[in-house]
Design a protein around this ligand. Sequence first.
Ligand code: ZN
Length: 133
Amino acid sequence: MSRIRSKNTGPEMIVRRLLHKLGYRFRLHARELPGKPDVVFRRRKKAIQVHGCFWHRHSGCQDCSVPGSRQEYWLPKFAATVARDEKTLTDLRALGWDVLVIWDCETRYLADLEKRLVRFLGAPARDDLVQTG
Ligand SMILES: [Zn+2]
C-alpha cells in the first residue's frame, strides 16, 4: 500500500545506495508521474519501483503468504494494490517510460541486482556525474 508505506524502506535504500555506488544520478518519488515512481532517471526516461513482496503480491515468493485469518480484509486490499500497480505500469509505459520492478527479496542478492540495474539503465554516462534531475 503506497499510502501507508514508509518512503525510505530498507530495500529501497539498498537499491538507491547501489545506484549511487555505480555512478548513476536519479530523482526520487517523482510526484508528477503516475504512481510516483521510487527512483526516476529523467534523461533516460526510465523508472524503478521497489515493491514489498507481501503488499504487492510477488507471485511465487515465500514472502507473499496470505494471512490465515481475516481474509475478507486482506484479499480485497491485495487485489486493490495489484490493480493499482498494473495501472501505474500501464500509465507510465503509455507516457513512454521504461519501468523496472524490483522486489524486496531481490535486494538480498546484490551481485544479481547490480547486473539487472546496469542492464536496465545502460552503463553510467559521464553526464550522470553532473545531472541534477
Ligand atoms: Zn519476493
